[in-house]
Write a protein that binds this ligand. Structure first.
Ligand code: ADP
Ligand code: ZN
Length: 205
């Protein structure tokens, strides 16, 4: 199954993506995680991407498309994958359509007004990509690998506003793109983590 999960920043895409991938035993490909890994490792790509990400802007298409193409060509993607955070622009969607067929594009519907608060309390592990909230991890330690949890540089209020604007301008139109291809399944993302997951599983049947 070749899947895409779409939704605004802070919509819970990453959390749901991790659950889906465990259930269906497919790799979770998050371009945000891949980019943050490159930054942590100090690669050339990481250096180029960091300024865009810290400002809440999109990393240029050519860089992200090359990154995604490399990842998707790896052996573990042969039997399916879930894309989280890609495509984010029409150009990325067109590039993706040239390399693979997508079976379903999930869209998490959320109330944009409530997302800034979610992002302010988000905590992530830069080592393994695990995402949680300050409330759920008061010790600041990653449940998955034991590393330290951090606040993302782009989860600051000023940056969050910009990310939501960028989402509305560039990424929200992709909902229509996949709708027109008959691949879109919408899910209410404002429910509990378990309820959202149940709705997703129903949509995948
Ligand atoms: P969120 O979904 O919460 O915005 P991500 O981890 O998916 O978080 O993305 C964080 C940042 O990484 C984005 O704001 C952007 O700068 C960069 N990024 C991730 N994926 C892409 C992409 N497909 N195209 C361009 N930039 C991207
Ligand atoms: Zn971890």
């Amino acid at each position: 199954m070749n899947l895409i999960i779409m939704g605004a920043p802070g919509s819970g895409k990453g959390t749901q993506a991790a659950i889906i991938c465990k259930t269906h035993n497919i790799p979770h490909i998050s371009t945000g995680d891949l980019l943050r890994k490159n930054i942590a490792d100090g690669t050339e790509l990481g250096k180029k991407a960091k300024e865009f990400m810290d400002a809440g802007k999109l990393v240029p298409d050519d860089l992200v498309i090359a990154l995604l193409k490399n990842r998707i060509s790896e052996a573990d993607c042969k039997n399916g994958f879930l894309l989280d955070g890609f495509p984010r622009t029409k150009a990325q969607a067109d590039a993706l359509a040239e390399i693979v067929d997508i079976d379903i594009a999930l869209n998490l519907i959320t109330d944009l007004n409530k997302l800034a608060d979610r992002m302010a309390s988000r905590r992530v592990c830069l080592k393994c990509g695990f995402t949680t909230s300050a409330q759920d991890a008061p010790d600041g330690i990653c449940k998955a690998c034991g590393d330290k949890l951090v606040i993302r540089d782009d989860d600051k209020r000023e940056v969050v506003e910009n990310r939501l604007k960028v989402y509305e301008a560039n990424t929200a139109p992709l909902v229509e793109y996949y709708e027109q291809k008959g691949l879109l399944k919408a899910v209410d993302g404002m429910q509990s983590i378990e309820a959202v997951n149940a709705a997703i599983e129903a949509a995948l049947k």
